[in-house]
Each structure stands twice: as C-alpha cells, then as structure tokens.
Design a protein around this ligand. Structure first.
Ligand code: HEC
Length: 131
C-alpha cells in the first residue's frame, strides 16, 4: 500500500518535472546567434552553394573546370576580416580569381555579418587566429 502511494507520488513528480522542462525549452526562442546562422545559411545556399557546394567543400555545380577551383570553405584558413574582404570586393580585387564575384552591392552589411557567422559553423578545423 505504502509502496503504491510512493510510486504514484514519484510518477506525478516526474510528470510535472518533464512538463516544466518542456515549457522552459519551448519558451526559449532562437538566440541572436542562431538567427544569424540561419540567415547566413539562407544567403549561402542562394548565392554561394552553386560554386562552393552546398556543404562548402568547393564542389558546387558551377565549379567544374574552374581554375583555380572555388575554395573549400570548410578548410579555409582565412581570418574573418579577409573573408569579409573577398566576399565584398570579389576575388579579382584582392589578387585572386575573378570567378569569385564581388557581393558588396548585393548584400547588406548584416547579410555579410551573418554569412561570416555561418561560415564559421561549417569549418572542419578550428585554428585560432589573431585578428
Ligand atoms: C561563380 C562562382 C563563385 C560564387 C557564386 C562564389 N564564389 Fe567564393 N570563390 C570562388 C572561387 C573560384 C574562389 C577561389 C579564388 C582563388 O583562389 O583565387 C572563391 C573564394 C572564396 C573565398 C576565399 C576562401 C579562401 O580560403 O581563400 C571565400 C571566403 C568565398 N569565396 C566566399 C564566398 C561566398 C560567401 C559566396 C556567396 C556569397 C561565394 N564565395 C560565391 C567562386 C565563387
């Protein structure tokens, strides 16, 4: 008898605990960083994936026959300021391939910021650079 009551007590305690935890997580919307990653990803898939590949490996549909090939963005060692520069000004302006288009006219500053945040999430190496 006592055991049954105890079990009921534990069960209802567990049920309310699970409910409280799920309400807590449901009430936390996406953070600012998550929103930036999401918007960066959308921009990336729309404008960059054709050359750099959907997962950033540099093997997009338009990459075939390009010399030099679009960079593998999962392995890039470029620090953020240099990524920002080549994205805004294009490859030619920074002494690289003219196949990398300039995007400065196309994107808002926020879009470029979000792209940089997103690019950080697809990197397979995690070296520290002094910026
Ligand atoms: C038409 C093809 C094409 C498109 C579209 C394109 N890129 Fe590129 N990108 C290139 C090529 C080619 C290079 C390599 C340039 C070189 O090595 O001289 C490059 C290089 C880069 C680099 C330098 C990486 C490194 O490690 O040196 C970054 C960063 C980059 N692209 C980002 C982007 C982003 C972000 C977009 C979308 C907004 C984009 N690219 C769209 C072709 C493209």
């Amino acid at each position: 008898m006592m055991k049954k009551i105890m079990n009921q007590y534990i069960n209802s305690f567990l049920a309310s605990f699970i409910l409280a935890v799920s309400i807590f997580f449901a009430s936390c919307g996406p953070t600012e960083k998550e929103l930036a990653i999401q918007s960066g990803k959308e921009t990336y898939l729309t404008y960059c994936a054709l050359c750099h590949g959907e997962n950033g490996d540099g093997k997009g549909k338009l990459a075939i026959g390009k010399m030099p090939a679009p960079a593998n963005l999962t392995l890039t060692g470029l620090p953020d300021f240099a990524k920002r520069e080549i994205i805004i000004k294009g490859g030619e302006a920074v002494g690289r391939s003219p196949f990398m288009p300039p995007w400065g006219q196309e994107f808002t500053e926020k879009q470029v910021d979000d792209l940089i945040v997103y690019l950080e999430t697809i990197k397979k190496i995690n070296l520290k650079y002094t910026k």
